[in-house]
Each structure stands twice: as C-alpha cells, then as structure tokens.
Design a protein around this ligand. Structure first.
Ligand code: ZN
Length: 228
C-alpha cells in the first residue's frame, strides 16, 4: 500500500466513517470503555476480530501477538505486554470472557517445526510458549499442523489459569475462557468444547466454548483430561 494511500484512508475514516458513529464514540469517551471480552488473537492479518464477532467500538479489549500465546504469569519472560493486558482486562475492566483465537495456516505454529532467523532472538524465545503443543513429527503435514494449532490454543487457556486473578474469577463463575480455532478458508470458528473433548464448528456447537481447561499431552489423540 503506497504511503499516500494510507493517508487517503485516514482522511476517509475521519470524513466518511466517523460521522456515522460520532455519538457512539462520544458516549465511549464520556462514559469510558466497558468491554466485556478480552480477545487474545494471533497477529495474522487474516484474523479480523470485529468481522468475526460482529463487535463494534468499545466491545473488545484486544491483545494480539505472534501465535496468540499467553506468557507465564511468573514473569520469567521479563517485560510483557500480553501479561499486563490480561491483568488490566481482568482487574480493571472486569471482563467476563477471555477468548484465545488461533487459526489455520499459522506461521508461528509452522515455525515451531522449522528454522527461525538467528537474529530473531525475541521471536525464538517467544515461540517457546507454543513448544509444548508440538507433535513428535519432523515434517508435519496439514493435519499435524492443524492439531498443533488447536493444542496450542488449549495450552494457552491452561496457562491463563495460572494467573491468580483469572483462576479466582473462573472458579467463582464470573469469568469464562474460550478457545477458538479460526478456519480461514471456511470463514468459520471452531470452538473448544471440553464436554465433547475437542473443537466443534460454530455451526454445530451449542456454546461459544467452555472452560476452564487442563492441557494434556494426549489432547487430540487420546482425548483430554477432566476439567479443573
Ligand atoms: Zn498465526
């Protein structure tokens, strides 16, 4: 996209799109934001949370990173924006839902089986947050990659439960966790349903995903363990 084109888009937003939602934004400024959902999604450009959920301004608190990963709460990874956003969303915004949204053809998941440029030291360390989800195959095909993507989502949900403020609220029944796997080519989210033991297309699901979860090495093969 040429630079001038980007400027054109900014002007178009201000001149054409903003006026149609002016009062909504005024309300969100005067009243503050009260989003009910924390959406942790992969940075992949093909995931468009507002399109997927039909949400508008003020409804989603967004965190996006490579792989839709959740770092450990013990701060062993050093400074971390995703961990800070989780704490803020739960403690300050009192969100009622946390969605972890991965997807098909995820470059982060594929990179777990391949090479990362030597100079990408932060990326190399970050990808370790998905390592436990990998399968013992050297050259994974599409099915193994899809299973790894799904296992990675469940792994992040389990790691969320290590955040004391998340666990406390999930156990009190005021916060729910949702694992979503977006199948880009079908335009359909598959939601993780612990009762059914796997990911279910939204068209066939009877809920938007259930939690909390306990990750299992056997997930996707021998099933998953009982809920916490
Ligand atoms: Zn991705």
């Amino acid at each position: 996209m040429p630079e001038d084109d980007l400027l054109q888009r900014l002007r178009r937003f201000h001149d054409d799109a903003f006026p149609t939602q002016r009062s909504l934004f005024r309300h969100l400024v005067d009243d503050g934001q009260h989003p009910t959902t924390l959406f942790i999604g992969c940075s992949d450009s093909r995931i468009v949370p507002y399109l997927l959920t039909g949400a508008g301004p003020g409804e989603l608190f967004l965190v996006r990173n490579v792989g839709a990963f959740v770092p450990p709460h013990d701060q062993s990874q050093g400074f971390h924006g995703t961990a800070a956003a989780i704490e803020f969303a739960v403690l300050n915004l009192n969100v009622q839902r946390i969605v972890v949204c991965g997807h098909t053809h995820c470059g982060a998941i594929r990179a777990l089986y391949g090479e990362v440029p030597a100079s990408a030291t932060n990326l190399r360390a970050w990808l370790e947050l998905g390592r436990e989800a990998t399968l013992p195959v050297a050259d994974p095909g599409p099915e193994a990659l899809r299973r790894t993507e799904q296992r990675a989502i469940v792994l992040q949900l389990e790691r969320l439960m290590d955040y004391p403020m998340v666990r406390e609220r999930v156990e009190a029944g005021v916060l729910s966790l949702h694992g979503w796997h977006y199948v880009i080519e079908d335009g359909e989210i598959h939601v993780f349903d612990i009762q059914r033991g796997g990911f279910v297309p939204a068209g066939l699901a009877d809920n938007a995903g259930t939690g909390p979860y306990r990750f299992s090495e056997g997930f996707g093969a021998e099933g998953i363990q009982e809920p916490v």
